[in-house]
Design a protein around this ligand. Structure first.
Ligand code: ATP
Ligand code: MG
Length: 294
């Protein structure tokens, strides 16, 4: 492509990491954020090229992270039921080398988990250097569902924002890059997705007994999310609010933000630990012998 055209195309790309990032301490009003937003892209077909490019870049960046083995990435996904966490996991990880990544879902704590502090099960699920970990739900449930259903007193959950920030700071200081995404759907969109689940035999297994009960607490959840996003979006571990009624736009925005952050790390392949000149000589010797043998 011509240089001027390339530059023009580049300037048209909206940087979602800036646009959707929650500024530390900033008040969040979810009702003011349009879950239908899809930026300058008319539809999925128009965004396809960018989505595919992001996916290819992600694949190469994860390969580099695994080879470099110096730091790790932790992606936290939170959303209301049917908000698209599973779809996002699939999209982000498609093509990544399974050897360097894993997904961890957080459900209602087991008896053993519940007998520990709330971060116990979370800390040990964070992957080692060189890996990508995706949390499908996370430690934030302990200031969301726990708060909405009054599973612990306010005195207990309200202190957790500080504990979470300290925990995440310790992780980032140790080389774990944390990016957190709230997949923002509307209440109407949730019902549309519930209907799809009900009518599609391949999706019925996803229906949970609690789906409609939780829906009744929608406003309480929005309030709990607004507080968590404000209290726990830090420079070290930012939150992003992703308009997610359009699945394709959600995938585009999340993957673009991941690519942008991973590229900024300027990861390097490790220098070979062997003497390449000597190895090359050995290779040529072996090659000659192979020719003779034939
Ligand atoms: P989907 O979005 O497809 O419905 P899901 O993530 O909701 O998937 P489920 O098995 O339906 O998966 O639900 C897991 C449940 O576990 C959620 O209702 C969530 O609120 C709950 N949960 C997760 N962590 C905690 C926690 N710390 N305390 C209490 N409940 C929790
Ligand atoms: Mg569910």
């Amino acid at each position: 492509m011509h240089k001027a055209a390339l530059l023009q195309q580049k300037s048209r790309i909206v940087r979602y990491s800036k646009r959707f990032r929650v500024k530390p301490g900033h008040k969040v009003k979810l009702a003011d954020i349009d879950p239908d937003f899809h930026s300058t892209h008319e539809d999925e077909a128009a965004a396809k090229g960018e989505i595919v490019t992001n996916q290819e870049k992600l694949r190469a960046l994860q390969y580099r992270m695994y080879a470099e083995n110096k730091r790790s990435l932790l992606v936290c996904l939170q959303a209301m039921d049917a908000g698209g966490k599973d779809g996002t996991v699939q999209h982000v990880m498609a093509g990544m080398n399974p050897q360097g990544c894993r997904v961890q879902a957080f459900k209602t704590p087991s008896a053993e988990e519940a007998a520990h502090d709330f971060l116990w099960r979370v800390h040990k699920a964070v992957g080692p250097k060189g890996t990508v970990t995706v949390f499908n739900r996370s430690h934030y449930e302990d200031v969301l569902v726990v708060r909405v259903h009054k599973l612990v007193p306010k005195k207990v959950w309200s202190r957790r924002y500080d504990y979470i920030n300290d925990f995440e700071k310790e992780l980032t200081d140790s080389g774990t890059h944390i990016l957190k995404f709230f997949l923002h759907i509307s209440k109407e969109e949730q019902l549309i997705r519930f209907k799809e689940r009900l009518n599609d035999p391949t999706k019925q297994w996803k229906i949970s007994e609690s789906d409609y009960l939780e829906r009744e607490f929608w406003d309480d959840y929005m309030k709990a999310y607004e507080d968590a996003l404000r209290e726990c979006s830090t420079d070290a571990a930012p939150w992003f609010i992703i308009p997610s009624n359009h699945k394709w736009f959600r995938n585009l925005a999340v993957s673009q933000i991941l690519v942008e952050h991973l590229e900024a790390l300027k990861m390097e392949f490790p220098k070979p630990t062997v003497d390449l000149k000597r190895i090359r000589r050995e290779y040529h010797r072996a090659e000659k012998e192979e020719h003779k043998r034939r």
